[in-house]
Ligand binder design. Sequence first.
Ligand SMILES: COc1cc(-c2ccc3ncc(-c4cccc([C@@H](O)NCCN(C)C)c4)n3n2)ccc1O
Length: 314
Amino acid sequence: MAVFKLDNVEDLYEIGNVLGSGHFGQVREVRERATGAQWAGKFLKLKRGAGSRLGLERKSVEKEVEILQSLQHQNIMALKDVFESRAEVVLIIELIKGGELFDFIAEKENLTETEAIEFMKQILEGVRYMHQKNVGHFDLKPENIMLSDKHAPKPDIKIIDFGMAHRFIQGEEYKSLGGTPQYIAPEIINYEPLGTAADMWSIGVITYILLDALAGCQFEDMQQERAQLTLEGKETYTLLSGLSPFQGETDEETLRNIVAMNYEFEPHHFSQTSNMAKDFIQKLLVKDQSERMTAEECLIHPWIMPLNRTQIAK
Ligand SMILES: COc1cc(-c2ccc3ncc(-c4cccc([C@@H](O)NCCN(C)C)c4)n3n2)ccc1O
């Protein structure tokens, strides 16, 4: 059983504002008393007893910590320390100040495909590193791709939230039904044995949404679509963080679309997108996981590593 520090985390860190919360627990700003340095604290409630429905199993927290302790890469959030007190575990993590990538893109009027490629390269570098360490993330989605400092000339990508991650052991079969419907691979829906290729499907979905956003998403069209959906009393989707290529009106419809490979490059959203970019996505949204590009193959795909810049023109 992993042993975490039993010191009272508040003796070493001043607990600050809530940055966010979700299935993973709560993330708060924390300040290291000895140095004044700012960190993020992920506060996780543990189950108080076997019958308890609330809180996380200690084993799952130990698994996430063990995986995070094995990953040191500039595009993966860094774990500094772990504390445990009563029924809570606190992960001390590097503070990522730049917010979510897709919010950054929403704020920028004229992000180019070349700039998008630079972000994709960093995401792929982080994913290639974790896959080389036999770790699958299994919850890659726009909300889990953050920026170190959005005001930097070239912001660093930081992949967060390894709560669904798994380290593969040679010869071991792994299945999971977790993840976020819009981004999960067909083999997860079909409850088939998984590999790191499931992350590559999610990368294909993220790339599709990123390029859809780049096209300005014909913002006014989206607004009209959003207004129409609202008039019809239908749920509208957040512009940049939910329009997966397989998005249905319900999770069930989304999952059906994934298994049926039911997606397209809608002309009025992708008319400005290079054919090389579409080829990149098509080589990731492949139902047979053994045929899907790996992160290594993505990084030498002509869209990411063109022979010359004109190559990504139409
Ligand atoms: C270690 O696992 C996590 C870390 C973090 C994390 C790490 C460093 C860090 N610095 C700033 C933030 C931050 C700032 C604003 C919102 C959030 C978070 O609530 N939303 C991020 C995406 N969400 C869907 C996980 C997180 N974080 N979040 C978030 C979720 C995790 O499961």
